[in-house]
Write a protein that binds this ligand. Structure first.
Ligand code: ADP
Length: 547
């Protein structure tokens, strides 16, 4: 980018002067264009951004002042030197007042011509350096502002506002990588830019300019008026309205975070390579700020989780504990056997409820600490199922719920952690019983699908709407807290189930559509039958459908 030739437009109605000036400038490696009048100059000015315009004061019907006005009004970054004969010195003074950078009295020596042009470029270089220094200071200020620890939601807004201000852009957007699906999502957009997908849209890696930047981790810089300055593979084109666009990758260390894009629409000010450099730096500072904000959000979430957990756990443990204590107190006071039996049953039920809560809490906390190890071995599914059914039998009997099992006799041994799988099935059955109406049926179905084993637990409960299907697997999530409170539970069971299933390289899904008037839910766990690498398809296969 450094060795791009500086571009000069010469405007003079005398062809011979134009030609000799052109030759002098070409010898100094300038790129030169020539115009003989104002309208030709206007056309040239539209073709690409000139660094300097050298115009004669007299241009037949037009004047150098018109050229100066045109440049000052529409191309503020372009310099103007006015050439003038002695008689026009007053006009030259006026031109300087009107914004010309210098003037050159005619006739001039070659050396005078060179000196004036070089003086202009030297001043311009110094001006740019001062501007760059100022920019560096503002970059530093920006770095301080965006790297302040704050939540991601507020941060993205302030990042985009600062980018627009610092790069004098008309619009800007941020697309962040969704690591789970390796796609970009447009998170925020400011200003109008026709080529930009709207907020919320997803972009595949490699798709369009944004996807290209994400895939290659390279910036794209497009200028409609001056393709020589473009930094982009040739096939990208700008929307006709846009003057220039910069798209840069955002990276922290080696981690790609997203893509930042800025656009300018105004014809007078295309982006420069300095803008590209600055945007690149801004993008990296912003990437760091975003990754800090994510850590901050995570810490806040954990803090909230801790308080939530303590309040739920203490409340949920107190309720069954109070019931147990009440039952024991009554047994002490009225030791008649008929009553005692009932009271012991109450104490037992509540002790079981407490046990389940404590198990959930212990399971959850070891998973959070990453200490939840599973020990896989060839295991009989029939045993796992019958042990799980045993743990919920008394609860099912109390609610007069019939548990049916189908398919276990035909199945091969499964490579899994039997205790963990009992926990999975126990949790699913416990929920199925908890949320089903009395005197209904909960069925367990097992069958093979290729190298996988599928176990389903189906109930006739109220069902779970589609929008809750994903959320119920989140920790502490409960659709109706009051219902869970009655039945016991703190919203950890399914998150533990999901984790265990994933540790078995399996999947869990739910089929339920109460919104279509259908009752019941079916939870299906799918795990590989064999150890990874030794998988062979199951010989027995049977399909089930939700009644
Ligand atoms: P909980 O301890 O509250 O049962 P879970 O993590 O096991 O927690 O389940 C999360 C939520 O999912 C429950 O609070 C309940 O709202 C819903 N849910 C789970 N299983 C069922 C089911 N079989 N029928 C209806 N809702 C269910």
């Amino acid at each position: 980018m450094e060795d791009i030739m500086e571009k000069i437009l010469l405007v003079d109605d005398e062809r011979s002067i134009l030609e000799s000036c052109r030759q002098m400038l070409a010898m100094k490696d300038f790129e030169v264009r020539m115009s003989e009048n104002l309208s030709a100059a206007r056309k040239e000015l539209l073709t690409f951004p000139f660094d300097l315009v050298i115009t004669d004061m007299r241009l037949g019907a037009d004047s150098g002042e018109d050229v100066l006005r045109e440049v000052r009004e529409h191309y503020p970054q372009t310099g103007v030197i006015v050439m003038t004969g002695y008689v026009d010195i007053q006009n030259a003074v006026q031109c300087m007042r009107d914004g010309a950078d210098d003037y050159l009295p005619k006739p001039f020596e070659i050396q005078d011509f060179y000196n004036t042009v070089e003086k202009y470029f030297e001043r311009r270089r110094l001006k740019n350096e001062v501007a760059n220094l100022k920019e560096d200071v503002s970059l530093f200020r920006l770095a301080l502002a965006v790297t302040e620890l704050k939540p991601l939601s507020g941060l993205l807004d302030s990042v985009l506002e600062l980018i627009i201000k610092e790069t004098d852009s008309d619009s800007a957007s941020l697309a962040l990588l969704d690591e789970e699906i390796s796609e970009l999502e447009v998170k925020l957009s400011r200003g109008e830019c026709l080529s930009r997908p709207p907020v919320g849209s997803r972009i595949k890696l490699g798709e369009g300019i944004c996807g290209y930047v994400a895939k290659k981790r390279e910036p794209v810089f497009l200028n409609r008026n001056d393709e020589s300055r473009n930094v982009a593979p040739g096939h990208f084109q700008l929307f006709s309205r846009h003057l220039s666009q910069i798209s840069v990758p955002m990276v922290v260390g080696k981690k790609f975070i997203g893509v930042m894009e800025i656009c300018r629409e105004k014809p007078k000010k295309p982006f420069t390579s300095r803008n590209l450099e600055k945007t690149f730096i801004l993008a990296q500072i912003s990437a760091l700020a975003i990754s800090n904000a994510r850590v901050y959000d995570k810490l806040r979430e954990l803090d909230e989780l801790k308080s939530h957990f303590l309040s739920i756990a203490s409340h949920e443990l107190r309720t069954p504990l109070a019931a147990i204590k009440g039952a024991i107190d009554l047994i002490e006071k009225t030791p008649e056997p008929a009553n005692a039996e009932k009271l012991i049953a109450i104490a037992k039920r509540n002790a079981l409820r407490m046990m389940r809560l404590v198990n959930d809490i212990l399971g959850f906390s070891s998973m959070e600490r990453g200490n939840f190890a599973i020990h896989k071995k060839k295991s009989s599914l029939a045993n796992i199922v019958s042990n799980s059914v045993e743990t919920v039998r008394s609860k099912a009997e109390t609610r007069k719920i019939l548990i049916t099992v189908a398919g276990s006799g035909e199945l091969p041994e499964v490579f899994c952690d039997p205790e963990a799988m009992e926990q999975v099935l126990g949790n699913l059955l416990d929920n199925a019983i908890k949320y089903s109406p009395e005197k209904s049926e909960v069925s367990i179905d097992m069958n093979c699908e290729g190298p996988y084993l599928k176990i389903s637990v189906t109930d006739k409960g109220p069902g779970i709407t589609a929008q809750e299907h994903k959320r119920i697997f989140e920790r502490f999530y409960q659709i109706d807290r009051s219902l869970s409170r009655e039945t016991g539970g703190i919203g950890l069971g399914l998150s533990i189930v999901k984790k265990i299933v994933e540790l078995h390289n399996g999947e869990i899904s739910v089929v339920s559509s109460p919104e279509q008037g259908k009752k019941g839910s079916r939870f299906t766990v799918k795990i590989p039958i064999e150890e990874a690498g030794t998988m062979s398809p199951c010989k027995h296969s049977r399909e089930n459908s939700l009644a």
